[in-house]
Design a protein around this ligand. Structure first.
Ligand code: FAD
Length: 474
């Protein structure tokens, strides 16, 4: 068995978005970096999260297009009124191909930048020393001038719904190669709604079971209402304000999920989607000043510094929005900070958010209620995609753009506070709104931007224009 010992400028534990971004960005800044990953590079995002979930959603989008091909004058040869069939094993294979390429790409980039990848489990002890239990049975002891913890998160579970058979977390759902006919999704948050949308579009019968009074509770009300209406059109049954009480397998692969006050639903798959918990379980941390709070998050300051000198933590491991691009931003912040470049902390209340269900949702900045609760007097404009030419061409006219601006003393709209969108490809359209919010731009400044025509992004331009008090679309 091999025993190694080395010193690096930066040692990163965890090869997900936080970890690999810090490693590659740090290496591009001239740092000598070690990256410790116990599983596959890319972490949750590439292997069990963002990328596979979006690959499934794209298959669902293709199914929708094919089902409506006749509207565009394309004859598929399928008998009238019948839907296209789904070969889900092929969907799985395609998704795996995408994941393989991306994971391989990160490995290749690490090699090109001389990032030394240790395939093993890293644990931190005093003196910024990382012990690595290597996958091949060997071990290594490495030290760093700086150490970054980026061990991410794992799905939360609920008692009575242990993984196995029809009971799945996102990890198992993303490995499916057959399409379940009946699905219960426990939890109507972003990830739950993406799975609900995918399966409903692919033809499964879907029920969402949510304990809170509404699904997607973090969303602006106008935006959430569009999603709920659209989900109902897809025949997704949405049960809110209900707790699940347990389930009874029938022995043939299906199970009856009991919820609420004596209600139940029989399904072939249960997707437990009740959030993720930080994963510090194997980090050791003995004899270090790194603190973990009562919910399991590593405690950091605004520069992602832990209580141990020279040790940082980023991503899902700390109590900030559990988003891959937030992990990237934190990784860049850490590298700049350790290089003494005096970076700006991440402004968590202004990061972009995106949910890739159909219809898509994207936003930056506070929604209308949050802006009011923060004490702002606001002026709000919202415009629907219904009259947008590109949306009509796409045949996707559900949705709206809503802009929340600060009200000036004279009653006119000033600084753009929040931009909230729901509808076709809004996850790709948010960048203009994100820029406006983070630049603290006024509606007059943003109204000067020219949007291409015909485009979906014209709706953002028109919504902002209307806030100047003049417009051309009513
Ligand atoms: P992770 O990606 O969890 O990576 C942590 C890595 O550390 C893992 O590879 C793990 O194996 C490794 N590790 C853990 N402990 C050790 C150890 N002791 N030693 C060595 N290695 C260790 N976010 C978005 O922004 N957009 C989306 O559309 C989106 N969709 C999602 C869909 C799903 C289904 C899920 C589950 C998540 C989604 N997310 C999305 C969230 C996103 O995946 C996470 O926010 C992101 O992966 C967090 O990155 P991270 O680097 O902090 O941790």
């Amino acid at each position: 068995m091999s025993e190694r010992s080395d010193h690096f400028d930066l040692v990163v534990i965890g090869g997900g978005p936080g970890g690999y971004c810090a490693a590659l960005y740090g290496a591009s800044a001239g740092l000598n970096v070690a990256l410790v990953e116990k599983d596959a590079l890319g972490g949750t995002c590439l292997n069990r999260g963002c990328i596979p979930a979006k690959a499934f959603l794209e298959t669902a989008a293709v199914k929708r297009h094919v089902d409506h091909a006749a509207d565009f004058g394309i004859e598929t040869g399928a008998p009238e009124g019948s839907a296209a069939s789904v070969a889900f094993a092929r969907t799985q294979e395609r998704k795996q191909g995408i994941v393989r390429q991306l994971v391989g790409g990160i490995g290749a980039m690490c090699k090109n930048r001389n990032v030394e990848v240790f395939n093993g489990t890293g644990s931190l002890s005093a003196g910024r020393t990382v012990q690595v239990a290597m996958g091949d049975g060997g071990s290594a002891t490495i030290t760093g001038d700086f150490v970054m913890l980026a061990s991410g998160s794992v799905p939360r579970l609920i008692p009575g719904f242990e993984r196995g058979g029809p009971i799945m977390t996102s990890d198992e759902v993303l490995d499916l190669d057959t399409l379940p006919a009946r699905v219960a999704v426990i939890g109507g948050g972003a990830i739950g709604c993406e799975f609900a949308s995918t399966f409903a579009d692919l033809g499964s019968e879907v029920t969402i079971l949510e304990g809170l009074p509404k699904i997607l509770p973090g969303l602006d009300n106008d935006v959430a209402n569009v999603v709920v209406k659209s989900f109902r059109k897809k025949n997704i049954a949405i049960k809110t304000g209900v707790m699940v009480n347990g389930h009874t397998p029938d022995g043939n692969g299906a199970t009856t999920v009991a919820f609420g006050d004596g209600e139940s639903v029989v399904v072939d798959a249960v997707v437990v989607s009740v959030g993720r918990r930080p994963f510090a379980d194997e980090l050791g941390l003995d004899g270090t000043g790194v603190q973990v709070d009562e919910r399991g998050f590593v405690v950091v300051d605004e520069f992602c510094q832990t209580g141990e000198s020279g040790v940082y933590a980023v991503g899902d491991l700390i109590n900030t929005p559990q988003l891959a691009h937030v992990a990237y931003a934190e990784a860049i912040l850490v590298v700049k900070h350790l290089l003494g470049e005096n970076p700006m902390p991440v402004m968590y209340d202004r990061v972009p958010w995106a949910i890739y269900c159909h219809p898509e949702v994207a936003w930056a900045g506070p929604d209308e209620q949050q802006a009011k609760d923060a004490g702002h007097d606001v002026v709000v404009a919202k415009h629907p995609f219904k009259f947008n030419s590109r949306a009509m061409i796409l045949g996707e006219t559900e949705g709206l753009v809503k802009v929340i601006a600060k009200k000036r003393a004279d009653g006119t709209a000033g600084q753009v506070l929040g931009v909230h969108m729901v509808g076709p490809w809004v996850t790709e359209q948010l960048s203009g709104g994100y820029l406006a919010v983070n630049w603290e731009a006024t509606v007059d400044e943003i109204a000067e931007f020219i949007q291409p025509h015909p485009s979906l992004s014209e709706l953002f331009g028109e919504t902002v224009l209307s806030l100047t008090g003049r417009n051309f679309n009513g």
